[in-house]
Design a protein around this ligand. Sequence first.
Ligand code: GLP
Length: 240
Amino acid sequence: MNVIIVNDYAELSSTAGRMIAGLLHSKPACTLGLATGSTPLGTYQYLVQRYQAGEISLREAQTFNLDEYCGLPRSHPQSYYHFMYQNLFRHVDIRPDNIHIPCTEGDDLQTQCDSYNALLHATPLDLQLLGIGSNGHIGFCEPGTPFDQETFHTRLSESTRQDNQRFFASLDEVPTTAITMGISNILQARSILLIASGKGKAQCIADMIKGPISEQMPASALRLHADVTVIVDRDAAALL
Ligand code: GLP
């Protein structure tokens, strides 16, 4: 793992954003795996600014999001579909057909998982952007997820629901399940960029980098991949 420690969230966002912008320059038709959560917001703002300055384009790029809550329509303000449109897609020139987010609408979630998985197999990702949950989850692959897991319908841990409660009016409103890429899908990306900020991530970052490689710490699976960059601010690096 290539671990880059930066001063603060602003530097984290510009450093991650520059890496993605560099890929868009060198390979305009690249395939990008994207993440939600609060951590990538600054990275997306950086990309929007570079786009508005005429310095990058997503016209030829394809995006594949990691995960989506079940039980929320795409129009719900907390759906990851909504998040991505609000924070990135509506501000740039990406073609709607090139945007891929797991669909959790309808009754047949297994078919939705299978079709998203088939899409990922057909379209290898050049770069997968990741945040990390405080319990070490990536996407919504919670502790205990097998490393060979592909796209699946997963149950969120109570700690993840509590972490994400801040985006909802109450804990009861936080979805209990999601569709997520599996760890196997994530590891198939050609390169991986994980970003983490703040003291609340210090323990999971230390465990990911220095602890045992274990299904109890999903992000530790990234140590099995040859091209992983981790960008952390000083607070998230505090226990390294
Ligand atoms: C959610 C997402 C993850 C994300 C995590 C951390 O659970 N499914 O992809 O990494 O939140 O979010 P934050 O960046 O807000 O700490």
